[in-house]
Ligand binder design. Structure first.
Ligand code: DC
Length: 224
């Protein structure tokens, strides 16, 4: 029955609001959620903790294959992520981990190692999957494919606020540079580059509220 669970693939660049929108859509529908970026971030963290080199594809693929992760939420509904039993919720979201994740994500063996784990999230009643290649590689048959964008300035501003709310202080200028670097690396890599699937609908979230964008996605889903 797993094959028949519908998938909504939400791809897009860093700071486009994918994570927030995907969570809202999953909550509204009562579907499962896959935050695939978190998996790449966890590989980077696990590699760092075990002292593995970020330049050794085989070792990194092994780290990806053997990741011991638990996703859940605390009493307030806020996400909580454990790596080998240890709470790494905050570590996972830092810019440093994001930059490392982007480097690790460019390694084909790591992507292959995470493929089946990601597909395992496709369970009834349905899955909302967010990332860079959900519609192109991981769930090419997804019923709905959405490519969420926003201007680079707006993405940097949002990320800044997000990090500040978590008590992490980073300069806006540094963040803009990081976002541009990461976009470039994610779009130009030869394996699974960031790009919309041919059958994806493009949704620009610039200047639009979270509620409005979530509603547009739900309207598109209801159309089919
Ligand atoms: O969405 P995020 O910022 O948590 O993702 C972290 C990094 O992981 C991002 O720079 C690119 C990579 N990534 C990827 O290559 N493929 C995905 N499906 C999700 C994330």
């Amino acid at each position: 029955m797993t094959e028949s669970a519908p998938v909504i693939a939400i791809d897009g660049p860093s700071g486009s609001g994918k994570g927030t929108i995907a969570r809202r859509v999953a909550d509204a529908l009562g579907w499962h959620l896959l935050d695939s970026g978190a998996l790449y971030r966890l590989v980077a963290l696990a590699a760092e903790k075990s002292g593995a080199s970020l330049h050794d594809p085989e070792v990194l693929a092994q780290v990806a294959r053997t990741l011991d992760v638990e996703f859940d939420s605390n009493e307030d509904g806020a996400e909580r992520i454990r790596l080998s039993g240890k709470d790494v919720t905050l570590d996972v979201r830092t810019e440093e981990t994001g930059a490392r994740a982007s480097a690790v994500a460019a390694i084909p063996a790591v992507r292959t190692a995470l493929l089946e784990r990601q597909r395992g999230f496709q369970q009834p009643p349905g899955l909302v999957a967010d990332g860079r290649d959900m519609g192109t590689q991981v769930f090419p048959d997804a019923r709905h494919k959405i490519f969420l964008t926003a201007s680079a300035e707006e993405r940097a501003r949002r990320r800044h606020k997000q990090l500040k709310d978590k008590g992490l202080d980073v300069s806006l200028a540094a963040l803009s540079r990081d976002i541009e670097d990461r976009d470039r690396r994610d779009s130009e890599r030869s394996v699974a580059p960031l790009r919309p699937a041919e059958d994806a609908r493009i949704l620009d979230s610039s200047g639009r509220s979270i509620e409005a964008v979530t509603q547009t996605v739900l309207d598109w889903v209801a159309e089919r």
